[in-house]
Design a protein around this ligand. Structure first.
Ligand SMILES: O=P(O)(O)OC[C@H]1O[C@H](OP(=O)(O)OP(=O)(O)O)[C@H](O)[C@@H]1O
Ligand SMILES: O=c1cc[nH]c(=O)[nH]1
Ligand SMILES: [Mg+2]
Length: 214
């Protein structure tokens, strides 16, 4: 697994506003989208393209188009949904599949409650969206899910990761024979005793969409 922490002053600025507990939900949503677009620029560096000639008003030009099959973007519900628009704005031709997962706040184990993905992902590049990589259980389970269906190139885009979660992802995905990159805006200090990222930004889903009873 490769880790890419995007080091850019605009990313750092937006992330700082996002962390601020005074930032309201509408602003949080907008900033999340903006951050994802910035991260997506780096995260799509290895997207597959094929040569294409076009006619400009002046002459023929050699260029490239995104290759087929189209890339698949997979937001992990709920919080990952807040990242979808920022991603598809940059890559409007991508298809979108959905995975719904929730972490049990006592055991910290994820369970899957929804899944809407193509059965066959052979030869597909997948971009998984989830703002928080805490213990890494949710993201690792999703990556395994996609690889089991044939995806052959996985990029995860997260806003924040904990060092413990990155290490666990490495262990859980050790036997994976598919390239997997995690792109983040920041790696924080640690997890607290409740499995929250410190300093983090709190519960991303709640800050995007409101508090639910856990
Ligand atoms: O790395 P982990 O320890 O598995 O935790 C991270 C997961 O927790 C959050 O989702 P949550 O379970 O709160 O669901 P939500 O998006 O519906 O709020 C977050 O969006 C990740 O999916
Ligand atoms: O810090 C954390 C950890 C898990 N999920 C979140 O939304 N935030
Ligand atoms: Mg949540």
């Amino acid at each position: 697994m490769k880790l890419l922490a995007v080091d850019h002053p605009l990313v750092s600025h937006k992330l700082t506003v996002l962390r601020d507990q005074q930032t309201d939900s509408p602003t949080f949503r907008r900033l999340t989208e903006e951050l994802v677009t910035l991260l997506a620029y780096e995260a799509t560096r290895e997207i597959r393209v094929a040569p294409r000639r076009v006619q400009t008003p002046v002459a023929e030009a050699e260029g490239v188009y995104l290759s087929l099959p189209r890339p698949l973007v997979v937001p992990i519900l709920r919080a990952g949904l807040g990242m979808l628009e920022g991603m598809t704005r940059l890559m409007p031709s991508a298809e979108v599949g959905f995975v719904g997962m929730v972490r049990n706040e006592e055991t910290l184990q994820p369970t899957t409650y929804a899944e809407r993905l193509p059965d066959d992902l052979s030869g597909r590049q997948c971009y998984v969206l989830d703002p928080m990589l805490a213990t890494g259980g949710t993201l690792a389970a999703t990556v395994r899910f996609l690889v089991a269906r044939g995806a052959d190139h996985i990029t995860c885009i997260c806003l924040l990761a904990a060092p413990e979660g990155l290490q666990r992802m490495e262990q859980l995905l050790d036997d994976l024979h598919v390239p997997c990159t995690v792109v983040v805006a920041g790696v924080d200090e640690r997890l607290n005793e409740k499995g929250y990222i410190v300093p983090g930004l709190g519960d991303a889903g709640d800050r995007l969409y409101g508090v639910v009873d856990h």
